[in-house]
Design a protein around this ligand. Structure first.
Ligand SMILES: CC(C)(COP(=O)(O)OP(=O)(O)OC[C@H]1O[C@@H](n2cnc3c(N)ncnc32)[C@H](O)[C@@H]1OP(=O)(O)O)[C@@H](O)C(=O)NCCC(=O)NCCS
Length: 252
């Protein structure tokens, strides 16, 4: 029983006192809706996570290992977002938005030295994204992801058919997405992949190998079909929208 409790607490926070402290702050202030709740958390959550400037955290955001979470200024965490920094750390750069029900989980139950999740500035993480950070996941600046994108920086070893896969260990090399990449809806990026700066990945692709900068890649497995640098002025659509809200955001 005691061992079970220890196992549980170790999975949630950096020690028992820290667990009590973080749960107290989250329990007192995590549920408060409206902009009032956002304001209160911007002040009170400084006691349990690292905040550079002011971050906007909606009600119902779940945080574990708060001591290992760093948010840059003007980070936005939407309702239902789940950050679990066990214990290698999650860092999110300034002006980055993480949308509804995305889950960033370092998942480092096996003590990997290079685990962790780092997201640069001015990124947008779409709804229901999943990050599994055992091998380390690094996103540069200006990375945009559509809904249901997955970064899975881990593989199970399965070479012995006579032993359950769960007992054969894992490998985890890590994933790197360089600056200014757009990943369409439902993209999956598997372990060991680097996506070069300026790339566009079409909806539903599974990225299994490195992509050089400015690739346009689609399909399963993702294949490079174009180089963005070879696009012509005629390839730019005429019906482009920016909108007032986007302009407002740029001026914040
Ligand atoms: C990849 C994408 C950006 C289009 O890029 P593009 O350079 O204009 O590509 P094209 O439309 O000229 O298509 C080129 C080829 O790729 C194919 N293709 C395009 N998107 C594809 C996709 N997601 N999966 C598989 N094939 C795709 C096209 O059918 C075409 O094939 P063909 O040459 O055999 O006819 C777009 O199709 C896409 O997937 N957008 C993502 C939308 C999204 O997820 N939005 C969420 C908002 S964050």
């Amino acid at each position: 029983m005691l061992n079970q409790l220890r196992y549980y607490i170790t999975g949630q926070a950096a020690g028992f006192p820290r667990y009590i402290w973080e749960q107290l702050i989250f329990g007192l202030f995590g549920w408060i809706p409206t902009v009032l709740g956002v304001g209160i958390r911007a002040v009170m959550y400084r006691l349990v996570i690292k905040m550079k400037g002011t971050a906007a955290i909606e009600y119902g955001v779940r945080l574990a290992y708060g001591s290992h979470i760093t948010l840059g200024k003007r980070v936005y965490l939407d309702h239902g977002v789940y950050l679990h920094a066990l214990p290698a750390g999650i860092a999110i750069g300034e002006n980055t938005m993480v949308m509804h029900h995305s889950m960033l989980h370092v998942f480092n139950f096996r003590g990997l030295p290079h685990a962790g999740i780092t997201i640069g500035k001015n990124c947008f993480i779409g709804e229901f994204n999943v990050f599994r950070g055992q091998g380390g996941i690094t996103l540069g600046d200006d990375v945009y992801t559509g809904p249901q994108v997955q970064f899975v920086a881990v593989n199970h070893v399965f070479s012995n058919p006579n032993t359950p896969i769960r007992e054969q260990g894992i490998t985890a090399k890590g994933i790197v997405v360089e600056d200014d990449v757009w990943l369409g809806a439902g993209v999956t990026v598997v372990d060991g992949v680097t996506i070069g700066r300026g790339s566009v990945i079409g909806a539903g692709a599974v990225v299994t190998g490195d992509l050089p900068p400015y690739s346009i890649a689609v399909g399963v497995p993702a294949k490079r079909i174009k180089d963005r640098r070879e696009m012509k002025p005629g390839d730019t659509p005429s019906d482009i929208f920016f909108g007032e809200l986007e302009q407002l955001r740029r001026n914040i």
